[in-house]
Design a protein around this ligand. Structure first.
Ligand code: NAD
Ligand code: UDP
Length: 331
């Protein structure tokens, strides 16, 4: 199939391009490079030996999107393009609602106009809010604590309504848990600008000596050791989940968790990183981070039953591949 990947130069997008190409699909990418670099796609070509059609455009721009649909016989869209920094979304809500919602609507409309029946959307476990773990796809969604999370819940709603109203337009909503790790080649991975918000990039930067210590946000949660528990998933497993999702996409609305089903606490992750890489990660216990929940992990059985997908890599693979990528960075 010819797959149109929006946000394909980003962290999850590049890994998914690799897996799509390796599964025999053709890929075209649109990205405005607001949080990525074109070189990341050159690395995808280096890994796969295959070129990628690239459009440097903003996917909220209806005219530019229409041009791409006219120029290409697209079989499916995977929509990664979006802004994702939770704190920034609180400071700049309109920018987040505009970018993340308009892009979704423009792309869905183009699909319906051009009779493209497969649309895969990057949602997030954040839509479950503070439900009881493990999170299952049939749970009621609860309010999230920030505009970023709301854009995910609203996009799910918009796409659900669009799929219900338009025969032949099928949508799969993928709720990611916590993507970490990097490609085994060490060529692509996550390299956030500025101070990382997420745990794993912060841990690798502390290990590297770029930052003095890790702040552990709270050790008084009702969890195994008091620190927050999350379902970390290797980005290559996540990418493979997208290949299955687009290949097996059924008409109507399909929802899947992409997680491992296993929770890991902050201190367990730090310990795994230290053991796996033989390097110390100094940390300090700090106050809780506002908006955090104690535990978040998936019931991952639906994706296995219906897509035949399950995560294969474990926490050791994740900490080792993250460290390998950090060490390959030049700046
Ligand atoms: P990323 O920032 O690395 O990739 C997103 C890409 O989209 C970037 O290359 C950026 O330049 C591009 N982009 C943003 N707005 C655009 C626009 N209007 N037009 C064109 N390109 C645009 O982020 P990622 O971690 O790869 O995340 C991909 C998707 O998955 C996002 O929608 C994100 O919200 C979602 N998601 C990510 C996580 C996570 O922890 N990484 C978790 C759940 C959901
Ligand atoms: N966390 C932490 N220190 C950091 C970053 C994160 O202790 O510098 C904790 C955070 O409180 C949460 C877990 O690590 O319990 C995962 O946080 P992340 O931001 O990576 O993901 P999210 O909270 O969005 O699931």
């Amino acid at each position: 199939m010819k797959i149109f990947v929006t946000g394909g130069a980003g962290y999850i997008g590049t890994h998914t391009c690799v897996e799509l190409i390796q599964a025999g699909h053709e890929v075209i990418v649109a990205d405005n490079l607001c949080n990525s670099k074109k070189e990341a796609l050159d690395k995808v070509t280096e890994i796969t030996g295959k070129g990628i059609g690239f459009y440097e455009i903003d996917v909220t721009d209806e005219k530019e999107v229409e041009k791409i649909f006219k120029e290409n016989q697209i079989d499916g869209v995977i929509h990664f393009a979006g802004l994702k920094a939770v704190g920034e979304s609180v400071a700049k809500p309109l920018m987040y609602y505009y970018n993340n919602l308009v892009s979704t609507m423009v792309l869905a409309e183009a699909c319906i106009r051009h009779k493209v029946g497969r649309f895969v959307f990057s949602s997030s476990a954040t839509v479950y809010g503070d439900n009881t773990v493990p999170f299952r796809e049939d749970m009621n969604l609860l309010p999230t604590t920030n505009p970023y999370g709301e854009t995910k819940a609203m996009s799910e709603r918009i796409l659900t309504d669009a799929a219900s109203a338009n025969e032949g337009f099928g949508v799969t909503l993928l709720r990611y848990f916590n993507p970490v790790g990097a490609h085994e080649s060490g060529l692509i991975g996550e390299n956030p600008n500025g101070i990382p918000n997420n745990l794993m990039p912060f841990v690798t930067q502390v290990a590297k000596g770029k930052r003095e210590y890790l702040s552990v946000f709270g050790n008084d949660y009702d969890t195994v050791d008091g620190t927050g528990v999350r379902d970390y998933i290797h980005v290559v497993d996540l990418a493979k989940g997208h290949v299955k999702a687009i290949e097996k996409l059924k008409e109507g609305v399909n929802v899947y968790n992409l997680g491992t089903g296993k929770g890991t606490s902050v201190l367990e992750l730090v310990q795994a990183f230290e053991e796996g890489n033989g390097i110390k990660v100094p940390y300090e216990i700090c106050p809780r981070r506002p908006g955090d929940i104690a535990s978040c992990y998936a019931d991952a059985s639906k994706a296995l039953d219906e897509l035949g997908w399950t995560a294969e890599k474990d926490i050791m693979d994740m900490v080792k591949d993250s460290w390998k990528f950090e060490n390959g960075l030049t700046e």
